[in-house]
Design a protein around this ligand. Structure first.
Ligand code: FER
Length: 248
């Protein structure tokens, strides 16, 4: 299934809970940088929501998975527009009641930005190990473990898993003030972060949880960026938090 964002096809999967035909809440799940909708931790979060009677919508973002666009051309403005298209698609589904938004890493940063863009339609946010240091690092000229001149950004800023990335990614990231997005979202937020995350510093999870007005924070002790050791602790935290929101 594709969701269209101005002619760009975003590959997406809608999963329904077993045996439910009633109106139901829906959880949108956004993957991270170089990620896609079939990653182990993305599927695990979807299955957790489905088991609670929620529908889920996973979408490959621009330049990722089986969606249109080249990886090297992706940036956070394009992803924000993708998120708007995905949320509007979810709102158009007749069986959907409340919409929740989860995302991992760069997808977690997207939940923070899209949560602000659509603050009146997103019932709850779940930034998982959110990579919200990206704009700050882009302003310093440090991304992907490589440095560049942040004022005269080169055409390409480096490689990640053999994929090149254009400097426009950094130029866009430099423009984003995540604190403003945090300030604009008043709903409930669950942040989950492994304290041995090698990619996104754990401190950013703590700091985001402090800045949101209504947040819960769960530490996954000893775990990495993609939860190599305790994915079940992540899904348990997501399960318990979503269950609480559904009964309010
Ligand atoms: C970076 C660190 C982390 C970066 C991107 C990420 C573009 C995103 C990681 C993820 O989404 O898993 O320096 O630069």
């Amino acid at each position: 299934m594709y969701i269209l964002d101005d002619g760009i096809r975003l590959n997406a999967k809608l999963d329904h809970p077993q045996g439910s035909s009633q109106k139901q809440p829906l959880l949108i799940i956004i993957h991270g940088f170089t990620g896609h909708i079939e990653e182990r931790h993305i599927i695990a979060v979807a299955e957790t929501a489905n088991a609670l009677g929620m529908a889920t919508l996973r979408a490959d973002m621009y330049g990722h998975g089986h969606s249109d666009g080249a990886f090297e051309d992706h940036n956070l403005f394009k992803w924000q527009n993708n998120a708007l298209a995905i949320i509007d698609y979810a709102r158009s589904l007749p069986f959907v009641s409340d919409i929740y938004l989860a995302g991992h890493s760069q997808g977690g940063l997207m939940t923070m930005l899209a949560g602000a863009l659509k603050q009146d339609v997103i019932r709850g946010l779940l930034p998982l190990s959110p990579a919200w240091m990206i704009p700050e690092m882009a302003r310093k000229g440090e991304l992907l473990g490589q440095t560049f001149d942040p004022v005269h950004v080169p055409e390409y800023i480096g490689e990640w898993h053999d994929k090149r990335l254009k400097g426009n990614y950094a130029r866009v990231a430099q423009m984003i003030r995540v604190e403003d997005a945090i300030e604009r979202y008043d709903g409930p937020v669950l942040i989950v972060h492994g304290d041995a995350d090698e990619t996104v510093p754990y401190e950013y999870g703590i700091k985001a949880a402090k800045l949101y007005r209504h947040s819960d924070f769960v530490t996954i002790p000893g775990d990495t960026h993609c939860y190599d050791y305790h994915l079940e602790m992540v899904t348990e935290a997501v399960h318990d938090w979503l269950e609480r929101q559904l009964t309010v």
